[in-house]
Design a protein around this ligand. Structure first.
Ligand code: AMP
Ligand code: GLY
Length: 429
């Protein structure tokens, strides 16, 4: 079979790496891919948003399965477009992808399904939102532990966590009047600010059967000890001790199952990866958000541990027969992924720096260097994005996996390369 993967990040390199291992897969294409995917697949110079081009390519190259990495094409309806063209594709429909594409849709669904989440209010009118805040949090009480969210997709940036009333008002101003996130700010969600460790629980579902993957923890802030601006994710590890078996069963029962049922009842059945971003509060786990795809970088450590054929699982999901899959099997060893980034990220950065030491890193046991923002330039791998590499390693313990990942990181260098030094420390104590 020929498989097409849509996207160009570390997640897509990990997907291509895993899918290429399937004995049933003859050829893997990645659109547009990066220098890492080029080593095990054929890169296709098409944008993930060019549905016509992708469908045309899939037809001409006898693609038996397309797998979508990022959220933007899912929210724009790539799955519906492929299905209308009678092509098999893994991912949720446009209607189901609203779970990530619209925070209002997500919160309303959570409320109707009785899934635990932060209390919230939705506003179409920013003046009303400001009035609400001023009324609830009067002059003398400056504290207002609230989170202000732009409704639509904002590349992970449309969430502003606040502590004081003036911060909340400024957040509303930025979203609604300065339109920092464009149309995504047409509606605003204001919700209570929760506290606790965060965890990512991903599941594959065909709309009826749910296969839960081991929990992971992302590291969103740029710098050590969770300081600095938010990023797409500076590292991840899996499994995480903050979600033990008992808690995982609770999350399945109280979060995943009611969500999948509510999606079905609402005539937007969910097929694909359902990714719950959770906060583990003292009152129990609460859903912060849903994503409708593999997390990046969570995908890298998770897929490194997955045993068996991912393609069987993806196909069974597309065909609505996930109940035929006899569970998922995992390497018991934990995996840790450290993201190496360009100088300046998540702000402005430049590109094109030659990357050295990739071969030495690849020689280390239990290490896989997934590429994210890279491209080939005259036979040389150069930087081409903010998050450049996801250096991933397995070990007998989380501490050993971390050590091995950082041993590999030390082999790799380019001008301005940096990474967080504390990935997975939350699990090590
Ligand atoms: P989201 O994109 O909704 O996951 O939000 C991004 C980040 O904002 C999360 O990973 C949390 O760190 C933080 N966040 C979102 N909602 C809340 C909340 N209700 N309380 C506290 N922090 C939150
Ligand atoms: N790692 C967070 C995300 O993929 O959205």
């Amino acid at each position: 079979m020929h498989v097409l993967i849509v996207g160009n990040g570390g997640r897509e390199h990990a997907l291509a790496w895993k899918i290429a291992q399937s004995p049933r897969v003859e050829r893997v294409y990645v659109a547009p891919g990066n220098a890492g995917t080029a080593q095990l697949a054929v890169n296709v110079n098409l944008s993930p948003m060019d549905f016509t081009g992708l469908i045309d390519f899939a037809r001409k190259n006898h693609i038996g399965l397309t797998v979508v990495g990022p959220e933007a094409p899912l929210a724009a309806g790539i799955v519906d477009a492929f299905q209308a063209a009678k092509l098999r594709i893994f991912g949720p429909s446009k209607a189901a992808a609203q779970l990530e594409g619209s925070k209002v849709f997500c919160k309303n669904l959570l409320r109707s399904a009785d899934v635990p989440t932060a209390d919230y209010h939705v506003f179409n009118d920013p003046i009303e939102a400001m009035g609400f805040v001023n009324e609830r949090y009067g002059e003398e009480d400056e504290l207002a532990p609230l989170v202000v969210k732009a409704d639509g997709l904002a590349a992970g940036k449309g969430v502003i966590v606040c502590q004081r009333r003036d911060e909340v008002l400024e957040a509303i101003d930025r979203i609604a009047f300065h339109r920092e996130f464009g149309d995504a700010g047409d509606q605003i969600v204001i919700e209570e600010r929760l506290e606790g460790p965060e965890a990512s629980v991903l599941a594959i579902t065909d709309g009826r059967t749910i296969l839960t993957l081991p929990a992971a923890q992302d590291h969103k802030p740029a710098y050590d000890l969770d300081r600095g601006p938010n990023t797409g994710g500076m590292g991840a590890y899996s499994p995480t001790p903050v979600v033990d078996d008992q808690r995982m069963r609770w999350i399945e029962e109280h979060v995943l199952v009611p969500t999948v049922h509510a999606m079905k009842r609402g005539r937007t059945p969910f097929r694909g990866v359902l990714y719950a971003g959770l906060m583990l509060t003292r009152q129990g786990p609460r859903v912060l958000e849903y994503n409708v795809r593999f997390g990046d970088p969570e995908c890298q450590p998770i897929l490194m541990r997955l045993q068996g054929d991912l393609v069987d699982v993806l196909e069974a999901t597309v065909d609505g027969r996930l109940d035929e899959i006899d569970g998922l099997h995992w390497d018991p060893r934990p995996a840790v992924c450290v993201v190496m980034a360009s100088e300046g990220y998540p702000g402005d950065y430049d590109k094109g720096h030659p990357i050295r030491g990739l071969d030495q890193a690849a020689e280390l046991p239990d290490v896989k260097v997934f590429h994210a923002g890279t491209r080939m330039d005259n036979g040389q791998v150069v930087t081409d994005g903010g998050r450049v590499l996801g250096v991933t390693a397995m070990g007998d313990s989380i501490a050993q996996a971390k050590l091995q990942a950082y041993t590999a990181v030390k082999c790799i260098r380019w001008s301005g390369a940096w990474c967080r030094k504390d990935i997975a420390d939350k699990a090590i104590g």
